[in-house]
Ligand binder design. Sequence first.
Ligand code: MG
Length: 353
Amino acid sequence: MILRFFPYDLQLKHTFTVAGCSRISTPGVLVEIEYEGITGYGEASMPPYLGESTASVIAFLRKVNLQSYAHPYHLEDILEYVDSIEQGNTAAKAAVDIALHDLCGKLSQLPCHRIWGLNENKTPDTSYTIGMDRPEVLIQKVKEVEGKFNILKIKLGGEQDKEIIRTIRQVSSLPITVDANQGWKDKYLALDMIHWLKEKGVLLIEQPMPKEQIEDMAWLTPQSPLPVFADESVQGYKDLIRLNGLFTGVNIKLMKCGGLREARKMIDYARASGLLVMLGCMTETSCAVSAAAQLSPIADFADLDGNLLISNDPFKGINIRQGRITLNDKPGIGVEKCLSYAASTEEPKIKQR
Ligand code: MG
């Protein structure tokens, strides 16, 4: 197996603002694993708050030695080894995980969702994310996607929360999911806000309070009239077990948990313990988004729009038709490379056989 990787910065179409920060690009690293002339694609995306960087992802990937594995089919063994190299580094691990799943799918000539026995007709709608902005920009963004999506995801967690929702409601009656990105610090205000949001047609609240405020969350969730989803509080499977009972649902993202293998474990656990499942993403190309979408038939909600927010997507993958995730029949994660990224970067950094 040959492992290659390429730094690739994702350019955002619009400046993206959430509680805490604004940005216009997100660093990424694209990964390829080749076996007998077939290439699997993977990707690491590193929004600043996750703590990984292009340098840390490359440093991790340099440590990945696939020499002792004769073929990619022993994916469980290989990914167990990759996970054991070093703690953390979940985006770097996700890149290897996605590329291996893609490769195994291509070698079997089957899409991942079919290998897992998932029904492609059961994919959910994806929400479309709208960051915090001035009222006129919010209105413009909502109008831009009118008729294309069935759920809007609105970022709150600041001073202007009610004004933002009122502005959106001037131009759209679509169901809304709200992501407060840990922005509400007072549990009483948070509960009042959730009651108010329910009246405005909001379906669920994501990460209302800071992840450190565990006792406040334990107070808030049972009283909340809307489902409360963990995002920043839950990175991987272990957090899900540790925080059982603190949330009604969980937002699972490949970059947080380390890839499809861990995400499937989390979904199984969530299902077994009665938690709702949302599949989310970072700013990502169609590579990682299409990989996550392979699991979407067993998700209650999806927020898989990261690829739609960038202007330099080098892949073609899943489609959104009338707001709904549409999987294709292509093997693996269902993507095709449509833009050469190798040419714009240095020579591949490592090769392994
Ligand atoms: Mg979130």
